[in-house]
Design a protein around this ligand. Structure first.
Ligand code: NAP
Length: 277
């Protein structure tokens, strides 16, 4: 039996242990997965403890960047995002990966949506917005990045400009988004999830003409933004497939095996029921 964990702070409402136990059951593995709160000041000590006792661990806020200097090696996936959400322990060597991008793209693939060359409105400019922007920049998308703190959005624009010099992006305040056609809108803010249920980050008039609205939050399954997007005739996706598929990808890295698409969808269905409880 091997031990795995999620580290972050705080970790009050995480579904990760439930998700990873479903994967262990599907693969008939005897392993365990626990959520372990690690304060920022305890990260270095915590990582050494995990090096001795755990076969791997996931990393969430606020440690995704701070953990990098404590690891022995970074996979290309983590280098690209300058953030780690998965660590594999190979005989005491800690190797950092990032599976968030795989999770985000799995949400698009399930819908059979081709985002190539689309103009995207990204709401938010935190860690999740970086994942979204970097994945979609590879597909030649252009971006309007809207955030409360415009300076934070500008940092994301600079990051994109450096890595993708041919990609167009502009930044704005989330209260003053330019009126233009956005083919895809991604909510990478917590607006719509508790305690902001019943709130939307944008006025519904921005949804007109959008093909797809993707809310990275999944609780509730249909945020106000997604309800309004459905009414406007858009395709919609919530963040649950992203959560599930980033977790499955972590397990593929740890266990050295591939999950079938059927297994992914079965686990997603069970997770959807669990989140709605
Ligand atoms: P983060 O790094 O803390 O960034 C949060 C972003 O939301 C910032 O841009 C912040 O703007 C903005 N924001 C916060 N409160 C806001 C409000 N009341 N009104 C407008 N904007 C607000 O968080 P993150 O990791 O990027 O995550 C963002 C969201 O995506 C979270 O809700 C998270 O749960 C979700 N997420 C889901 C998955 C998944 O697997 N489904 C994965 C990652 C994240 P300022 O810069 O102005 O503060």
């Amino acid at each position: 039996m091997k031990a795995y964990a999620l580290i972050g702070y705080p970790l009050e409402h995480t579904y990760s242990p439930f998700l990873h136990k479903l994967i262990f059951t599907a693969w008939a593995l005897p392993h365990t997965y626990i959520a372990w709160e690690v304060l920022p000041s305890e990260l270095a000590v915590g990582v050494e403890m995990f090096r001795r006792n755990f076969a791997g661990f996931n990393v969430t806020s606020p440690h995704k960047k701070e953990i990098i200097p404590l690891l022995d090696e970074l996979d290309l996936s983590a280098e690209i995002f300058s953030a780690v959400n998965t660590v594999k322990n190979e005989d005491g060597r800690l190797i950092g990966y990032n599976t968030d991008g795989v999770g985000f793209m799995a949400g698009l693939e399930r819908l059979d949506y081709d985002a190539t060359d689309k103009h995207i409105l990204i709401l938010g400019a935190g860690g999740a917005a970086y994942t979204v922007a970097l994945e979609l920049a590879r597909l030649g998308c252009s971006f309007t990045i809207a955030n409360r703190e415009v300076e934070t959005a500008y940092q994301l624009k600079l990051y994109l400009d450096k890595r993708f010099p041919n990609v167009d992006s502009e930044v704005c305040n989330i209260e003053r988004i330019p009126r233009q056609k956005y083919e895809m809108i991604v909510n990478a803010t917590p607006v719509g999830m508790p305690p902001l249920v019943g709130h939307s980050p944008i006025h519904p008039s921005y949804l007109e003409g959008a093909e797809l609205v993707y809310d990275l939050n999944y609780n509730p399954a249909r945020s106000l933004l997604l309800q309004q997007a459905e009414q406007a005739g858009c395709l919609v996706e919530n963040g649950l497939p992203m959560l599930v598929y980033q977790g499955i990808r972590s397990q593929e890295i740890w266990q050295g095996r591939k999950a079938s698409p059927e297994m992914g969808e079965e686990i997603l269905a069970v997770m959807a029921k669990e989140v709605q409880k």
